[in-house]
Design a protein around this ligand. Sequence first.
Ligand code: 4AD
Ligand code: MG
Length: 451
Amino acid sequence: MANVVANVVPIERLCEHVGETVTLQGWLYHKTGKGKLHFLQVRDGTGICQAVVFRGNVPDEQFEAAKELTQESSLRLSGEVKADPRAPGIPGGYEVDVRGLEVVQIADPYPISPKEHGVEFLMQNRHLWLRSSRQWAAMRVRAVIVRAIRDWLDGHGFLNVDTPILTPAAAEGTTTLFSIDYHGEPAYLAQTGQLYNEANIFAFGKVYCFGPTFRAEKSKTRRHLQEFWMVEPEIAFCDLDGLMEVEEQFVSYIVQRCLAECDAELKVLERDLTHLQKVTPPFPRIHYDEAVQRINAAAAAGELVPGYDDPVPAIEWGDDFGSPHETYLAAQFDKPVFVHHYPTQVKAFYMEPEPGRPEVCRSVDLLAPEGYGEIIGGSERMSDAQKLVEAIERHKLPREVYEWYIDLRRYGSVVHSGFGLGVERTVAWVCGLDHVRETIAFPRTLTNMRP
Ligand code: 4AD
Ligand code: MG
């Protein structure tokens, strides 16, 4: 066996090695067979394939060893790759006719069996649950989404400039701050990199930061994590309309990359692809005023929230949307929908008010279809120093720590805009997952930060 290890082929590449003898190394996912045959379902991190062990083809002690293999035992095997459209696996269609088998470790009885388990149990065993095919598929889609994000931005003139995680000031409201002690000075984990991005555009034009962000969210929902990843592009000389154009190009590219590269993963997840195939520019755009009218008309008519048994709740002009409102609105369109010009009072301090109508601001959220809610929040930024000072005071924020931010409006201020796309909500939507806890390897939720 030792001399063939150099020939290790990942399962996702078996299709390129039909007729060749290759080595696989991985773990036993499942085993069936009787008499002279064992069918091993082997996973190696890139896929799952069937390895057929026939008594006459391997030394006797290896055939006996195959019998002893338990779920998740680690192993190495070599054999000939055969194309067979009926062969099960991910992606399937290829199997290995085994000629040599080496057991690396016999696994203890594995706690996660193919039977149903409760979510709480699975979350406690997240370190093992990640090996299950649906979790595997979701993490692979996530990686493609991250790659697509970087490729699109890098290819469109955005410079990646990362922003600090330890920060002295709030940017997205003071109620969700995680406080820490910075050598005796109060500090917070970053809720966003945006304010620093705004400094960076004056040096680099178009930038993005991409990293973990932190929010001490007190509510337990299927869309909120305490720690999540956000990509935040920021653009000089860009207004609200320009921003929406960038967003629809960007999101469409991400979805189309997943469709092109994640065929096997989306199959494992049993994702209905018809919704995703429609995600191409342009996206519909509605004003907050119109959104309120649509919601209240539906509420008056007693319409139900799609996918739920509850009626659409009415909304007062000036209030932020709850998730039933977002779900209802998004269901009116077959693509993601932009809702722009939210009431100033429900949005962050830095958003530019609409000229002549300051009760609404030049903000835009992008709502994903099928009940996934807001995946992007963004806006045109306030570009006037005096207006910004007033907003900081109105929001009762400590002016000293924002002085540098106000400075940006003193030295060559320009119209500028940016947005933040939440990776986990995007993964949930693309994968068709019910809850963001399955979109990141080790989720941090209100009730759980273990393992
Ligand atoms: O709308 P948000 O709060 O916007 C900002 O933070 C801006 N500073 C971004 C910017 O303009 N540069 O958050 C942006 C996105 C949301 O649309 C959502 O996808 C995600 O971040 N998000 C969360 N995802 C998971 N868990 C949470 N607790 C989240 N909070 C926001
Ligand atoms: Mg938001």
